[in-house]
Design a protein around this ligand. Structure first.
Ligand code: PLP
Length: 295
């Protein structure tokens, strides 16, 4: 399922095609909805009865996982990090997680996540429940495959010279690149990092791209490009310019651009196209974030 929207972008005086994965119709949408749909197939095929995963208090991934488990009558344990009090007050993903029936376990420090996940896995094992261990962000092969599948469904008429996408764990970008390579679609894929510096982000995307290409016998054709100039200091950080793009997003385009993911990528795209005077067909892959926008 692919939804397209053409917009005119005045800052760069050109039309852009937006792939509206924020409207992906399952599990609350966004790239985490798309990933979980694919990961979910594996979970159901292999008859797991529970899922253990992790994320922050507004994690789109944990929301999609919790909704998947609710829909399929599986047990779900979410190891969350962040402000516990906020989690019980905020709307958006936090509210959906609270109401999903998932078991919620808070840890104070990121180093406690691994041990807490292991503990949750052991607890399920002890009562004879086969649990699926899911990395934060849905960062596994089956999650990346969701994007190879998405590119296979891409409108063959869509002209694309530059494709921009938010880059967190990098599996969305790597999956898109693997799908484009498989389909011999020659274009530049430019990730806008939402958390990591350029070197680290590019390493993560490369590793995952290589893994997907090896797994699915795809010949690598794309250069790994991730920009870190639009980080605003790191994950969930933003500046006035980015805030303004987010605040005006519905009025200007009719969709939401949150400051953590899609807005950051959109702003990075605008700046990068301007700075390098890029000419050609631009595609923006909207990865979602409606619920953290509404938090
Ligand atoms: C997680 C997330 C991303 C980053 O995706 P990765 O595959 O981890 O790089 C981008 N946008 C939104 C809305 C997300 O929730």
């Amino acid at each position: 399922m692919m939804i397209y929207q053409k917009i005119y972008e005045p800052t760069i005086k050109s039309n852009i095609t937006v792939i509206r994965d924020d409207l992906y119709p399952f599990l609350g949408g966004g790239n985490k909805g798309r990933k979980l749909d694919s990961i979910g197939q594996e979970i159901l095929e292999q008859s797991y009865k529970a899922v253990v995963t992790t994320g922050g208090i507004q994690s789109n991934h944990c929301r999609a996982t919790a909704v998947f488990c609710a829909q399929n009558n599986l047990k779900c344990t979410l190891i969350l990090h962040g402000d516990k009090e906020k989690f019980y007050q905020e709307s958006g993903n936090a509210k959906i997680m609270r109401m999903s029936g998932a078991e919620i376990i808070f840890v104070n420090q990121p180093v406690e996540i691994g041990p807490a996940m292991d503990q949750a896995m052991q607890n399920y094992q002890r009562i004879g429940i086969n649990a699926y261990y899911l990395w934060g962000g849905g960062h596994n092969c089956q999650g990346g495959k969701a994007y190879i599948d998405a590119i296979n469904q891409l409108d063959k008429q869509l002209a694309v010279d530059y494709l921009f996408v938010a880059c967190g764990t990098g599996s969305t970008q790597a999956g898109i690149m693997a799908g484009l390579s498989q389909n011999n679609i020659d274009c530049k894929v430019i990730g806008i990092s939402v958390a990591r510096n350029q070197q680290s982000a590019q390493e993560h995307v490369s590793t995952f791209y290589n893994m997907l290409c090896d797994t699915f016998s795809i010949q690598r054709k794309h250069e790994v490009i991730v920009l870190d100039e639009y980080l605003c200091g790191g994950y969930e950080k933003y500046n006035n310019e980015l805030k303004k793009i987010s605040d005006n997003s519905i009025q200007n385009y009719g969709f939401t651009l949150d400051t953590t993911y899609s807005g950051k990528a959109f702003w990075g795209m605008q700046e990068h196209v301007l700075k390098h005077n890029l000419q050609g067909n631009i595609v923006f892959w909207h990865t979602g974030g409606i619920f953290n926008f509404l938090a």
